[in-house]
Design a protein around this ligand. Structure first.
Ligand code: SF4
Ligand code: SF4
Ligand code: SF4
Ligand code: SF4
Length: 366
């Protein structure tokens, strides 16, 4: 029981009073009644590591963090899930990976230090300064364009927009030529070994490049550097910022459009940054109309870490899209490339008239 007991005490799993509030709010439980966050916990208390074997429910959680917002006992369900999957991974249990595991393979390939990823074509024509102490972390954006070419989303343009906006407020950042995937998805799948390799590599190359600040447009990369790298490696030798933190206080002229906004879980539930994107929207010509579930009550886009994309994901996505359409907004804005991909993907089966254009917020502003 040692390892499981440690996990339960570290995440306050033993103080659960079985009130069921987590199950009541969990988007997965609402879409798939056989799943409940509490039952995963209870099974581990009763069965120890045996409760992880052949238990598909340990991979269902979207790691959105919504349940932790309502838990009266302040149970850390996110960390509970991360640690549970770490043990499951070691036991040889596997998540069902979307797209045949192509994205996970890509992340694992990137752990090879000899690799030279050629992913900066998006940066042409923008202003960079190799000697800048501020770096822009591109992450996996350019690869998504290739993998999801059929969705025609141009996720690479999110990076272009981010740097264009930084240029507009007087920042010419440096690219980070040796950067790799931040390891977010591998961490949440329990593959600590490869997460650590990616993280160690990134910390080392950023330090070697002499960067003092690193700016992220991807909420997942930002969360990973902000919370997970320090958790695993101690304080970092540089500061990390989400781009919204740097854009705040500036004005941006845009077309006048009505938008609604999908809060990325990593910003809202994980980091409590639900006001920041709204401050940015308020500094533009965009009008925001909120969905029914918004800010700290917002619902995830239905898939996390490219695992367990299944029928309940589709239900969550379709209901989220319905909420967005009900606002009457012209555009559903997101600030997470994966929300953009998953929600656009979910719309593909809808008749043209039932769809809402989905766009990245930075792209809308730049
Ligand atoms: S909300 Fe918290 S205390 Fe209540 S059942 Fe869920 S984990 Fe347990
Ligand atoms: S983190 Fe989200 S998906 Fe996971 S159990 Fe909690 S509410 Fe459900
Ligand atoms: S893709 Fe967006 S909404 Fe989905 S888990 Fe990641 S941050 Fe949350
Ligand atoms: S929603 Fe679409 S893009 Fe996202 S994991 Fe599922 S199949 Fe892939």
């Amino acid at each position: 029981m040692g390892e499981v007991l440690n996990l339960l005490s570290e995440t306050r799993g033993l103080v659960c009073i079985e009130c069921g509030r987590c199950t009541g709010i969990c988007p997965v439980s609402r879409a798939e009644s056989r799943f409940s966050p509490r039952s995963v916990l209870v099974r581990m208390i009763h069965e120890d590591v045996e409760g992880l074997k052949d238990n598909p429910h340990i991979w269902y959680c979207l790691t959105c963090g919504l349940c932790s917002e309502v838990c009266p006992m302040e149970l850390d369900y996110l960390q509970f899930t991360a640690l549970t999957r770490k043990i499951a991974n070691r036991l040889g249990e596997e998540a069902y990976c979307s797209h045949g595991g192509a994205l996970q393979s890509l992340m694992r390939i990137m752990t090879d230090p000899k690799l030279k990823p050629d992913k900066f074509q998006w940066a042409e024509g923008l202003k960079f300064n190799k000697r800048s102490e501020i770096g822009y972390f591109t992450g996996c954006l350019p690869f998504f364009d290739t993998i999801f070419y059929d969705l025609k989303l141009e996720t690479g343009s999110i990076a272009r927009s981010a740097v264009r906006l930084l240029n507009r407020i007087g920042i010419e950042p440096a690219l980070i030529p040796e950067e790799r995937c931040c390891g977010h998805d591998l961490l949440w799948m329990g593959d600590l070994e490869n997460f650590r390799k990616l993280a160690e590599h990134n910390i080392e190359v950023i330090e070697k490049q002499g960067l003092k600040k690193v700016v992220f447009s991807c909420p997942e990369g930002y969360r990973t550097f902000k919370l997970d790298y320090p958790r695993h490696f101690g304080s970092l030798p540089f500061e990390v910022y989400h781009i919204f933190e740097l854009l705040k206080g500036h004005k941006f002229e845009t077309e006048k459009k009505t938008i609604t906004y999908q809060d990325p879980c990593r910003l809202s539930h994980h980091l409590g940054l639900d006001q920041l994107p709204r401050d940015i929207i308020a500094s533009t010509g965009l009008d925001l109309v909120e969905m029914r579930h918004t800010r700290r009550k917002s619902i995830c886009c239905g898939v996390a870490s490219w695992i367990s994309c299944t029928v309940y994901s589709k239900r969550i996505q379709l209901s989220r899209l319905e909420e967005a359409r009900a606002t009457g907004a012209e555009i559903l804005a997101t600030s997470c490339p994966k929300c953009l991909i998953h929600l656009n993907c979910a719309q593909q089966d809808l008749p043209e008239g039932d769809r809402i254009p989905i766009q990245d917020l930075l792209t809308l502003i730049s």
